[in-house]
Write a protein that binds this ligand. Structure first.
Ligand SMILES: CC(C)(COP(=O)(O)OP(=O)(O)OC[C@H]1O[C@@H](n2cnc3c(N)ncnc32)[C@H](O)[C@@H]1OP(=O)(O)O)[C@@H](O)C(=O)NCCC(=O)NCCS
Length: 177
């Protein structure tokens, strides 16, 4: 068995330019117009879940998570993504390593639910399932691409509704209190 020549690490502020360049390469420069970015606008990613895959030469993969809320009760959850690996390094288990570390860290930090927008065929390996049957939706996103994973058994009990951006939902909840 060969030892991987990459490792998973917390992203440092100095990695930001390399991460943005990698995301442009993987998703195109118009990526910020994607529906899921509405939930990242003016919201900080969860710092301990901001991960990169590195080798000595630099960043070759990245994943992040953002706080979101679900439904009229504003149930807290994470929105995972974007997940990206440099085209030259794909098929070597780097995305799998990033996903497993992010999910382990999220579980350890006490998060209950993770949502993402992506290919069910890829994320099934990490036990993500379609969110629509639970009554969870992201406006303007194709229902089949919104996926969810429970980090805690029964975390989805009583959780349904539309996803809202964290700052908006927190503010609305405070106003309603
Ligand atoms: C998707 C992506 C992150 C996978 O990165 P990677 O490091 O090559 O992934 P891994 O090596 O860990 O591959 C894990 C498995 O998923 C499979 N896979 C990759 N993309 C897939 C897809 N879209 N659908 C189904 N399976 C897929 C691989 O073939 C591999 O299968 P195997 O273990 O049976 O060989 C990478 O291709 C990428 O950056 N794509 C562009 C951005 C993107 O689409 N991101 C995900 C959506 S947010």
């Amino acid at each position: 068995m060969t030892t991987p020549d990459f490792w998973i690490d917390r992203a440092e502020p100095d990695d930001e330019a390399a991460i943005e360049a990698l995301l442009d390469t993987c998703f195109g420069a118009d990526r910020l117009t994607k529906t899921s970015y509405r939930y990242r606008d003016a919201v900080a990613p969860v710092p301990e879940l901001l991960l990169v895959a590195r080798r000595a030469a630099g960043v070759i993969g990245t994943v992040r998570c953002w706080p979101i809320a679900i439904g009229s009760n504003f149930a807290p959850a994470l929105l995972l993504g974007p997940l990206a690996v440099d085209p030259a390094d794909r098929g070597r288990g780097i995305a799998t390593a990033l996903m497993r570390r992010a999910l382990d860290l999220a579980t350890g930090a006490g998060h209950n639910l993770v949502l993402l927008v992506g290919d069910a065929a890829f994320y099934r390996a990490f036990d993500f399932v379609p969110a629509a049957p639970f009554g969870i939706s992201m406006p303007d996103e194709m229902p089949g691409r919104l996926l969810v994973k429970e980090l805690l058994p029964r975390a989805l009990d009583g959780v349904s509704g539309t996803i809202t951006r964290w700052g908006w939902s927190r503010g609305a909840a405070e106003r309603a209190a």
